[in-house]
Design a protein around this ligand. Structure first.
Ligand code: E4P
Length: 228
């Protein structure tokens, strides 16, 4: 399963590139606002950081245009020429699906975002989405289970051999990352702190403490030449 970072902060992205074998980046209007930069400035800075790599960068179209396929298509074409790494985010709406279908024929890759049902995921796949993003954290915040949702998306993809990659989004903890992997999702995107926390475990720290004690009580010795 691929590891995507959900962020528009240059220092977080650079750290993940240098240390985590990062596969992709997802941005959204909140992340860009947090970066304190203008939208085009922020996404071009990220584009420069990943230039020459296979790391994809999902950049979001204007959410006010959610019901205007032509506006989404026009903006997607404009953004797609900025960087070959860009995948253009558009919402799971009727207009978003239509835009995705048109853009796929032009080899412009789409990430269908704000996906909250298996039927939306099916439509994204049918229309040629490069990624579809089921948002599991938001569902769970509203007491809706997410495992069945991911399972359904994976089953639909497999039943019809769709090429769309399932990008599990709005992930809040390591358990949800593992769930996505167990269910067969292609990608998980999560924030910097969520990934960092998922790499650690208190027992690992406790075990290190124990081993350090034994290590300190044992002489290291010397390497002798062994003839064989
Ligand atoms: C994914 O592509 C989204 O950017 C992201 O996961 C949105 O959810 P969040 O900001 O609530 O985590």
């Amino acid at each position: 399963m691929k590891l995507f970072l959900d962020s528009a902060l240059a220092d977080e992205i650079q750290y993940a590139i240098d240390n985590w074998a990062l596969d992709g980046i997802t941005t959204n209007p909140r992340h860009v606002q947090v970066s304190g930069k203008a939208f085009l400035e922020a996404i071009q800075e990220i584009a420069a950081m990943v230039a020459g790599t296979e790391i994809t960068v999902s950049v979001q179209t204007n959410p006010h245009k959610h019901d205007d396929a032509d506006a989404i298509i026009t903006e997607a074409r404009k953004l797609a020429v900025i960087s070959p790494n860009f995948v253009i985010k558009m919402p799971c709406t009727e207009a978003g699906f239509k835009a995705c279908y048109t853009l796929a024929k032009e080899d412009i890759r789409s990430n269908l975002t704000l996906c909250f049902s298996a039927s939306q995921a099916l439509q994204a796949m049918r229309m040629g989405a490069f990624y579809v993003s089921p948002f599991i954290g938001w569902k769970e915040s509203n007491a809706e289970p997410s495992q069945q949702f991911i399972e359904d998306c994976v089953a639909i993809r497999d039943n019809y051999c769709f090429t769309t990659e399932i990008l599990v989004a709005a992930v809040r903890n390591g358990r949800q990352i593992a769930d996505a992997a167990v269910m067969g999702a292609d990608i998980t995107t999560a924030g910097f702190a969520v990934w960092q926390e998922s790499f650690n475990h208190p027992y690992t720290d406790m075990g290190l403490g124990k081993f350090q004690d034994f290590w300190d009580q044992t002489p290291y010795g010397e390497i002798v030449s062994i003839k064989g």
